[in-house]
Ligand binder design. Structure first.
Ligand code: TYM
Length: 334
């Protein structure tokens, strides 16, 4: 790429609601890292989004710092990428409000994540949960992102982002770049190890259902050993073999082998051998992240300095877009 050629922009974010899982890692974070050299990247800890489930304040503070440390631990260079905390850049909340006013109630009400979360937590169906996709749209549009690396579960939010941006551009002239989702070919939906028709989630109450990026070797081996499979005892990818398909996907993401190669490798072998190999591949993938996380989390002043610099870099870009959008809408400018 020529030096004067402007790189395309990538933005993504993750909520600090728990320790990231193998699903977050393979579905999104690994792609964040892979895109870091070729794109101008903005990566955020989405703490504003996470208060929709009202976390305990001390916990939110701690998880935000931890998630930030994770982002550096997966290998994102804070000098090359802009890694920041969403609430440190006030433009997100400001543009989020504006975009609420360009979104129809009906289209927001169709979001499956809103419907799922409302059903799961009927005691706290707050307006923030409803406005969640418009804040996410603000995150993306503020940086004029071309690509957004995400897992499959966020695809609908990308679609509504494009619709809102397109509507705004239609009313006021080109203001926002329309973003494309970037969804990996494998790993975009890693399933629960215990109920492989459900996605792996960091908020699952059954800890055996997910692998956390911080799990130690024994825990990973144990969780994969007890992963639900089937009685066929043959490693191949097929409809109805959700558990095995999921383990094959995980193995494929960690080793780079495709499904045909994996089927050949385990031809004539049982699930015991297969699970041992999957566990070993996951351990090899996550151990360096865990070690780097443990090193970084002990250095709070370094993390704070990176956060501060990240927020300043992000705010410069975000404020430019916010000012442009506000001017278009007709806010009185001083
Ligand atoms: P969050 O925090 O739930 O998840 C972060 C990323 O991980 C992906 N992911 C998965 N991928 C594969 N398999 C799984 N089991 C799995 N579980 C989660 C998610 O798709 C996501 O890419 N709303 C977002 C955070 C956000 C955001 C944004 C994302 C806020 N603003 C702007 C992109 C752009 C969320 O809750 O992700």
């Amino acid at each position: 790429m020529e030096t004067n050629e402007k790189k395309q922009v990538v933005l993504s974010a993750i909520q600090p609601t728990g320790t990231p899982t193998l699903g977050n890692y393979l579905g999104a974070l690994k792609n964040w890292k892979n895109m870091a050299d070729d794109y101008e990247c903005y990566y955020a800890v989405a703490d504003l989004h996470s208060i929709t489930v009202r976390p305990e304040p001390a916990q939110l503070r701690r998880k935000t710092l931890e998630m930030y440390a994770f982002l550096l631990a997966i290998g994102l260079d804070p000098e090359k990428n802009t890694v920041f905390v969403q609430s440190h850049v006030s433009a997100h909340a400001q543009l989020g409000w504006i975009l609420n006013c360009y979104t129809q109630f009906g289209e927001a009400a169709r979001m499956t994540q809103f419907k799922d979360k409302s059903e799961k937590h009927p005691e706290n169906v707050n307006v923030g949960l409803f406005a969640y996709p418009m804040l996410m749209a603000a995150d993306i549009l503020l940086y004029q992102a071309n690509y957004v690396p995400i897992g499959v579960d966020q695809k609908q939010h990308l679609e509504i982002t494009r619709n809102i941006a397109d509507r705004f551009n239609g009313l006021y002239g080109e203001t926002f770049t329309l973003p494309e989702p970037f969804i990996g070919k494998t790993g975009a939906k890693i399933m629960s190890l215990q109920e492989p028709t459900k996605k792996m989630s960091k908020s699952d109450t059954n800890v055996k259902a997910f692998i956390s990026v911080l799990d130690d070797t024994d825990t990973i081996v144990h969780k994969i050993k007890s992963a639900v499979t089937d009685s066929e005892a043959r490693v191949h990818y097929a409809q109805g073999k959700d558990g095995v398909n999921n383990l094959m996907t995980i193995y494929s993401c960690c080793t780079g082998k495709d499904f045909a190669e994996i089927e050949k490798e385990f031809d004539g072998k049982g699930y015991g051998d297969f699970k041992a190999a999957v566990a070993q591949a996951v351990v090899a993938e996550l151990a360096p992240v865990r070690d780097e996380f443990n090193r970084l989390i002990a250095d709070k002043s370094y993390l704070n300095a990176c956060m501060e610099a990240g927020a300043q870099k992000a705010a410069r870009v975000a404020n430019r877009t916010l000012r442009k959008a506000m001017k278009r809408v007709g806010f009185y400018q001083l």
